[in-house]
Write a protein that binds this ligand. Structure first.
Ligand SMILES: Nc1nc2c(c(=O)[nH]1)N[C@H]1C(S)=C(S)[C@@H](COP(=O)(O)O)O[C@H]1N2
Ligand SMILES: [Mo]
Length: 227
């Protein structure tokens, strides 16, 4: 069904899980809801069986299946020492654990989710960000979704490159083996199947931002660059 680095086709049953979503919006107005509907309509969202009640999102019509051994994270751009990190490289760095409520902007939430990973700030320190850098642009192995953070946001202690979620390795459908977890912001900032971090000189609005979500997606509703 899947090979390392390959794509898993998502079946019709999963796609049909999208239908519950239209009624779920609570935070954004009708205009934004329509835009989001269009976004999700071109992809899928689903409630998969299991007790955690996460909805599995992918804006592409399939999702990547990446083996832990073949996983690579490229860190490049305005840095002194660009690197390509393996999962083992990440696991060898100091780790942080978080337990937080995960919140999608459409209204569903999952309390008490355990996460483990590496502070994004620690990775930035390791590659040495150049003085002209302002923001980060993130890419996904799905080839479609992208995200952004300002450097200040990226250095918050609860913004992590996660390799563990829900008490174990991150499942493929949740963006494993490695995803972003931006704890102080809504779920769309937590890019799955993280492939690359580019250090850039301007905020590049990500996929969801181009479709109506605020770039600064703080859980308290603030849309200012700072919390
Ligand atoms: N690559 C990728 N990352 C993504 C998304 C996506 O569609 N593709 N959806 C985002 C949204 S809107 C949410 S709420 C969370 C959902 O995480 P889950 O799919 O693990 O439940 O992933 C975020 N990261
Ligand atoms: Mo979301």
């Amino acid at each position: 069904m899947s090979e390392p680095g390959g794509q898993v086709a998502v079946g019709r049953r999963v796609f049909l899980g999208l239908i519950g979503l239209g009624a779920a919006g609570v935070v954004l107005g009708a205009g934004a809801q329509q835009k989001i509907g269009r976004v999700l309509g071109s992809g899928l969202a689903s409630l998969l069986p299991g007790g955690d009640r996460f909805q599995i999102y992918s804006v592409s019509d399939s999702f990547p299946s990446i083996s832990p051994d073949s996983y690579r994270l490229s860190v490049s751009g305005l840095v002194e020492r660009p690197v390509t990190l393996t999962l083992a490289d990440l696991e060898a760095m100091p780790s942080v654990s978080l337990v937080r409520t995960f919140q999608c902007v459409t209204g569903w939430r999952v309390p008490g989710v355990h996460w483990q990973g590496v502070r994004l700030g620690d990775v930035l320190d390791a590659v040495e960000v150049k003085p002209t850098a302002v923001a980060l642009a993130f890419d996904s192995y799905d080839g479609v979704d992208t995200e952004s953070l300002t450097l200040d946001q990226a250095r918050l202690p609860d913004v992590i490159i996660a390799y563990s979620m829900l008490g174990g390795p991150i499942a493929s459908e949740h963006g494993g083996p490695v995803r972003l977890y931006v704890a102080p912001m809504f779920g769309y900032k937590s890019l799955k199947w993280l492939s690359a971090i580019r250090v850039v000189d301007t905020v590049e609005p990500g996929y969801w931002e181009q479709n109506g979500y605020p770039a600064n997606g703080w859980l308290d509703g603030s849309t200012s660059p700072r919390a």
